[in-house]
Design a protein around this ligand. Structure first.
Ligand code: FMN
Length: 171
């Protein structure tokens, strides 16, 4: 099976998960890892399975990921799954359902089979700490707790979970 692992990543978290996913996918498939900016909408039609990764930006997939999903050209029998990193420790299923809606909608519109989404924590870049702390109205203690929780993610365990997700998908 020809697998494309493509991702948008500004600070490396989603890229880290993309690398783990591609490593696992490459065990039994022809898998390629590409930054989203290096994939043209037409390229996507050449793959049997597309895994698309995005950081969460203000409760949404990143803009370039949504644009890509809008413009993607497909071929018959394709499958797609997503992976998302976010600084929040864990989101309820209902929230995750909302975040993945653009992937599901693109699949439906373009006749691709949607196969699910992996998500894990990814530490927020320090330059945004003050802003997010204020926006979320957290005191020093609450913010320190939040930072403690997200620091180091995605970690080895997250990478392992991402690999398990893709192993099951491609089995
Ligand atoms: C502009 C912006 C908005 C963000 N909004 C959210 C958000 O709504 N919820 C969340 O959990 N994380 C949010 N984050 C955190 C990122 O999703 C998280 O740190 C992610 O792992 C970054 O991935 P990257 O390193 O691949 O860019 C935001 C980050 C940025 C830069």
């Amino acid at each position: 099976m020809k697998v494309l692992v493509t991702y948008f990543s500004q600070t490396g978290n989603t890229e880290k998960i993309a690398r783990a996913i591609c490593e696992e996918a490459a065990r039994a498939n022809e898998a390629e890892l590409k930054k989203l900016e290096d994939v043209s909408p037409g390229d996507a039609a050449m793959y049997d399975f597309i895994l698309i990764g995005s950081p969460l930006h203000a409760g949404n997939l990143a803009g370039p990921v949504k644009d890509f999903l809008d413009s993607i050209q497909t071929s018959s029998g394709q499958k797609m799954a997503g992976f998302i990193t976010h600084f929040g420790p864990a989101y309820p299923e209902q929230a995750m359902d909302g975040f993945t809606e653009p992937i599901k909608a693109a699949c439906k519109k373009k006749g691709i089979e949607y196969k699910g989404c992996f998500d894990c924590q990814g530490a927020l870049t320090e330059s945004l700490h003050e802003m997010v702390k204020k926006k979320q109205n957290l005191n020093d203690e609450q913010w320190a707790d939040m930072v403690k929780q997200m620091t180091g993610h995605p970690n080895e365990e997250d990478e392992g979970k991402a690999k398990a997700f893709v192993k099951e998908l491609l089995a």
